[in-house]
Each structure stands twice: as structure tokens, then as C-alpha cells.
Ligand binder design. Sequence first.
Ligand code: SF4
Ligand SMILES: [Zn+2]
Ligand SMILES: [Zn+2]
Length: 312
Amino acid sequence: MLSKKCERCEKPAIVFLPYGSHSFCAEHFVYFFEKRVKKNIRVNSLLKHAEHIAVAYSGGKDSTATLFMLNQIFSKSNKLSAIIIDEGIPGYRDKAVKIAVKNCESWNIPFNLVSLEEELGFRMIDVMKKLKSSDETLGSSCSYCGVLRRQLLNKKALEIKADKLATGHNLDDECQSIAMNFFDNKLDQFVRLGSEVRNDSINFVPRIKPLYNTPESEIKQYVKIKNIPHFSKKACPLRHEAKRSFYRKMIDSAEEEFPGTKYSILRFFQQSKPLLEKAFKQKKLRACEKCGFPSSQKICGSCRQISKLQSL
Ligand code: SF4
Ligand SMILES: [Zn+2]
Ligand SMILES: [Zn+2]
């Protein structure tokens, strides 16, 4: 039975977390939430003193919570900046970008706004129109958008000499990626998951995920309780991630039926990762012949996609 009172004080509880039978008032939920993020950063040594952290900032709740918390914890000891990518999705990304810029200004965080159109000469919305009218099966919007965004983030992070690139990936994202690799039998891909993604290749800024063990539902509650402005209005009109949506629903219903499932998935991964790292040494990447960024092939995935899109 869930208690109606906070487990730490006499106040009425407003947040209930079935996986640990937790019940918290607003103040103690915030404490619990922030403590877990700080512990993740400390235990996994995600950041060092004085490192320059760039946050991949979309304006959505996850990256907003990431930027907000890093600013709270590290603004005195580390340099913090934001990288905002505008993929060119009118009615969606432009609104999120506005909020992202406003937050950076009011929190005094330097930001870099990178436009896909200025960098590559096309917007995602135009690309999708072209793809729809093309006969070829060229893949989904998200597969293009994700690869191009990752490349632009890495490029900008290198340009501003960031030591780490922090993303807003949460526990739900991580569980979905683990499940997708598991069901697709992509054992070698497991080594690319976790709270930190490193590669010794040149031109690669290590990525860290301060919220990787924080459930998405709690991030929603955190930004609401703390009253942090963020973009939450609607889903991306170009969204097309059939497989990920399938695993999202599957894992959410397992969590509902068996609270704690998401943490079990994460623990399974954490225990397997060291063994898999031994079995599957991460490939040292080489520089892409076109753009110079890390790639497992002569020409990187991003450059191959750009050529495909430019030829439509
Ligand atoms: S949902 Fe897909 S298309 Fe939309 S911004 Fe995200 S990755 Fe891009
Ligand atoms: Zn309390
Ligand atoms: Zn390239």
C-alpha cells in the first residue's frame, strides 16, 4: 500500500514511485531526483573539474533538465555551454528552439545555434517531402535526422573545444536501445551504450548521459515541480521510429505490470557490459575522407546520407 505521506517527512506525498514503493512530497522528491543524478556523475566519473561541458540542447524536458541541473551543480567549477540544433521542422523545432534560447539567456549560459539549412543547404521538412515523392525506400526521417544531428553536434562541440558533450538520454531511452540491440542480436552495439560513450578516435567528443538512470516519468515531474520552462506541446510531425515505439510500449507495459523492470534491464546491461567489452573491442574509427569525422568506413554515414539527399 502506498503511503499518503512523504516517506521523509509529515507532508502529504505528491509523487509515488511504485518500483521502490517510494512516496515523496515535492521537496523530498527533488532531493531524491537530484541525488541520483549527482551520484551517476560521481560514480561513473562523467566529469572532471574544469572540463568544458557542452549540452546538446533541444528545449524538450530531458535536455532542459540536464542543462538546468548541470548549471546548478557545475557552474562554478566547469565551463558550461549549450548547442542547439535547428533541423528545420516548422511549427515544431522553431518553437522548441525559441524556448531553448530563452532559457540559455535567462540562465546566462552561452549557446550556439546551428541550423541544418545553413550547414548543409536543406531543412528536414524539405528532405521528407522529397523522400515521400521518391520511389526509393530510403529510410525514415528519424534515421536521417538523428545521424545528421549527431554529426553537427560533434562538429560544433569540437569547434568550441568542449571536453564532453552531455545529452538528455534517460532510463527509458537506454532500455529501448538495450532491447533493440538484444532483439536484433547486435551484441557488439552494446558497448556503445551506457552513461558515457567514448572512442579513442580523432575528432570525437565523448558523450555523457547524466540522466541515463532517471525514468522519463520522473523528469516530467521534476520540470513541473521546479517550474522549468521547456517545450512540451506536441510530438514531431516527422517522427517515424516504428521500432523504438514498439519497444517503448512493450517496456512501459512490463514496467506497469512488474514495477522495477526498467531498472532490471539497466542492471542486466551494466553487468553484461564489461564482459561484452572484452569480447567486442570497440573499433577504432578513422577519419571520414569527406568531412574528417570519425567513421568506420571511408565515407561516414552522415556524408553518405547527405549525398543521397542531395541527389533526390
Ligand atoms: S522525431 Fe525524428 S524527425 Fe523529429 S526531430 Fe526527432 S529525430 Fe528528427
Ligand atoms: Zn517530504
Ligand atoms: Zn563524413
